[in-house]
Every structure is written in structure tokens, then in C-alpha cells.
Ligand binder design. Structure first.
Ligand code: FMN
Length: 362
């Protein structure tokens, strides 16, 4: 039976184990949203992952929702990411870029010319945006005109080309956590009456058109897609997540992508029996998804072995544990302890709480 440390061959990738680094925003890009040497060091330290998925990276200026997040829409950003990918490759690692547009989870302070953020529908999220001058209430976004959508897809396509120029090994389309593509997908945030809203087919149209554009650049064997069917984060929900995400998964499966990345957060029961507590939608998506399935959310070695052993997932992505343990695969394998993640330094700052977590060997 397979477990977290069973090798896995997928397409042109030969993974010696199944520990993936989950995407994590760290708000440490330089002026102009440009990655730099400190970011290269951070990712290089984590090169032992089967592969790294970068922090979410905005594909156009309007896609930004937080200070200090990197972009992939300018030459300086491409060059900055090249330094990162070179550092990871030099250490024998692989790295995918997570392509992002936050949609309504932004604020005029973060938008070009102080405009309102865009979204499928003009529905104000509850909560606050992280701006350059502290937390401010979210505003009501401007609903995108249908005529604007082809231009947005073109920007996604261009960002995928830019990721190729920056030397990545693949890309992950960020369809999770209440950002733009998730806002189109789920019915609490999409009340459009044109061909991009209403039925589940219409709500998934834009995310799938984006995926097709990205696949045109990268080929299906280098593209993954992230979903979070139950995650309420960023004030989002769906009246029928089983139908919505089953349809989306079936459509993504037709496109034969490299992987589907499932964030389980918000979906599981409590209970002593870990496997019994998995949400039934997980098993359904597994049945609908023939290729590599990466799961994520609160995993440790034992749970990761169990979920892979049960055939529910092929790989497991680790977030907080990877943030604080640069040599995570070695620690998971050996049973050595973990450094504790320091929440105060998650978002923003310099090397502290970023590149100074100790290695077992140091
Ligand atoms: C500091 C931090 C930043 C995160 N940023 C992102 C992100 O940029 N994109 C994303 O899809 N998820 C993001 N997440 C969610 C993680 O990828 C992951 O789903 C979550 O941490 C649960 O996994 P874990 O229990 O292994 O930490 C972030 C999580 C943390 C802790």
C-alpha cells in the first residue's frame, strides 16, 4: 500500500515522495511587487518538496488584494521570479506558480487609480481588507461587464506566458478561498444573469475559460487547479457545493490536467476516526478525478499516510508545517520534531520568521 513516502511518477515528473509545499502568501515582495533574493532563499530552503507551489501571485495589477504580494505581470517581476526558480532548480527542486486574482477581496487603496475592485457581482463582502494603512472595511465591488471578460482571460494567458519565461515547472490556477474564480463558481457571490451566472454551467464558464487559456500556454500536463468547496473564508458559500464542485471537477477532468488540489478546510466532521470524519464530497471528487489528487488542510504524517493508503489522495500539501520547517520531508520521514510556526511573522517583514527557521542539521 502506498504512503507519503512512496515514489510517484506522473507524466514527466518523477517524485521520490508525496510531500507538496502548499501555497502561502508571505507579503515580502519588494516595491513594484517584485520577488527578490530573500524570497529566493526561502523557496530554495524548501526545495526538498516533491514540488513547491508558490504564494498566490497576482496576474494583473487589479488582481492584488494585500500589500507586498508578488505579481507576474511586469518584466521586473518575471526577472525576480527567475532568481527564485533558478535557486530552487539549483537545489534540485521543482516549483509551480499559483496564478491569482483576488476579485472583490481588495480595496481601492490597493487598486490602480484607487478604483473599486471588480467581481462577478456587486456584492460587498463582510470583513476588512489589509491595506497599506491598516485594515479597512471591504467596499462594494464593481460587477464586471460581459465585454470585459475576454480581456481578463487574455491577461491570465499572458501571466501564464510570463510564468514560463520566469522558468517555472508548471502553474496552479487559484480557484479556491473566495477569490475571483471561486467568486464566479459559488452562488453566494455570483448572481449574474448573463452567460457567466445562474446555472452551475454558467458559473463555471469563466474559471474553465481561464483554465483553457493557461493550458494553451503550458499544456495540460503542467497545470493544476485548486478548489476549496467548503471553505467559508472571505465570506463565501454555495447553496449546493456537491453539485457545483462535482460539475467543476468533471469539467476539469475532461481537460486532463496534471492535478486537482483540494483544500478540505471547513468540510470535515469532528471525531476520533480520522477517515470517517472526511466529508463525503471528498470521495465523490476522488471518483470523478482520474489524475493526481493533492489534498490539504491540517495534515500530519499519520493522517497523510492514512488518506493516501485509502486511495483518497495521491499527494498531500502542507502549509503551516512547511512554513516553519524548511526540511519538512526529512522531519516527517524521521519522526523528528517540528519547529513551531510563529504567527506574528506570517504576513510581511523580513528574514525573521521567514528564512531563519532552523534545519535539523544546523
Ligand atoms: C501564512 C499562510 C498563507 C497562505 N496563503 C495562501 C495562498 O497564497 N494561496 C492559497 O491557496 N492558500 C493559502 N493559504 C492556505 C494554505 O495553502 C493551506 O490551505 C492551509 O494553511 C491549510 O493547510 P495546513 O493545515 O497544512 O496549514 C495560506 C495559509 C497560510 C498559513
Amino acid at each position: 500500500m502506498a504512503d507519503l513516502f512512496s515514489p510517484l511518477d506522473v507524466g514527466s515528473f518523477e517524485f521520490s515522495h508525496r510531500v507538496v509545499m502548499a501555497p502561502m502568501t508571505r507579503n515580502r515582495a519588494e516595491t513594484g511587487n517584485v520577488p527578490h533574493t530573500l524570497n529566493a532563499t526561502y523557496y530554495q530552503q524548501r526545495s526538498d518538496a516533491a514540488f513547491i507551489i508558490t504564494e498566490a501571485t497576482q496576474m494583473c495589477p487589479e488582481g492584488q488584494g494585500y500589500p507586498g504580494t508578488p505579481g507576474i505581470h511586469s518584466k521586473e517581476q518575471i526577472d525576480g521570479w527567475r532568481e527564485v526558480t533558478d535557486a530552487v532548480h539549483e537545489a534540485g527542486g521543482r516549483i509551480f506558480l499559483q496564478i491569482w486574482h483576488v476579485g472583490r477581496i481588495s480595496h481601492p487603496d490597493l487598486q490602480p487609480d484607487g478604483k473599486d475592485p471588480v467581481a462577478p457581482s456587486a456584492i460587498q463582502p463582510t470583513g476588512e481588507a489589509m491595506t497599506f494603512s491598516g485594515m479597512k472595511p471591504f467596499v462594494t465591488p464593481r460587477a464586471l461587464d460581459e465585454e470585459e471578460i475576454p480581456g481578463l482571460i487574455e491577461q491570465y494567458r499572458q501571466s501564464a506566458k510570463n510564468a514560463d519565461m520566469a522558468g517555472f515547472d508548471g502553474v496552479e490556477v487559484h480557484g479556491a478561498n473566495g477569490y475571483l474564480l471561486d467568486q464566479f463558481t459559488r452562488d453566494s457571490t455570483n448572481t449574474r444573469t448573463d452567460s457567466y451566472g445562474g446555472s452551475v454551467e454558467n458559473r463555471c464558464r469563466f474559471p474553465l475559460e481561464v483554465t483553457d487559456a493557461v493550458v494553451e500556454i503550458w499544456g495540460k500536463e503542467r497545470v493544476g487547479y485548486r478548489i476549496s468547496p467548503f471553505q467559508p473564508y472571505n465570506d463565501i458559500s454555495d447553496s449546493d457545493p456537491v453539485s457545483t464542485f462535482s460539475y467543476l471537477t468533471e469539467e476539469l477532468a475532461k481537460r486532463d490536467l496534471l492535478y486537482l488540489h483540494l483544500v478540505e478546510l471547513g468540510g470535515n466532521e469532528d471525531g476520533d476516526d480520522f477517515m470517517a470524519a472526511r466529508n463525503p464530497l471528498f470521495a465523490k471528487l476522488r471518483d470523478l478525478w482520474p489524475n493526481t489528487l493533492i489534498t490539504n488542510g491540517g495534515y500530519d504524517r499519520e493522517k497523510a499516510d492514512a488518506v493516501i493508503n485509502a486511495g483518497l489522495a495521491d499527494m498531500v500539501a502542507f502549509g503551516a508545517l512547511y512554513l516553519s520547517n524548511p526540511d519538512l520531508p526529512e522531519r516527517l520521514l524521521s519522526g523528528a520534531g517540528f519547529n513551531e510556526a510563529q504567527r506574528a511573522t506570517f504576513y510581511g517583514g523580513g528574514a525573521e520568521g521567514y528564512t531563519d527557521y532552523p534545519f535539523l542539521k544546523s
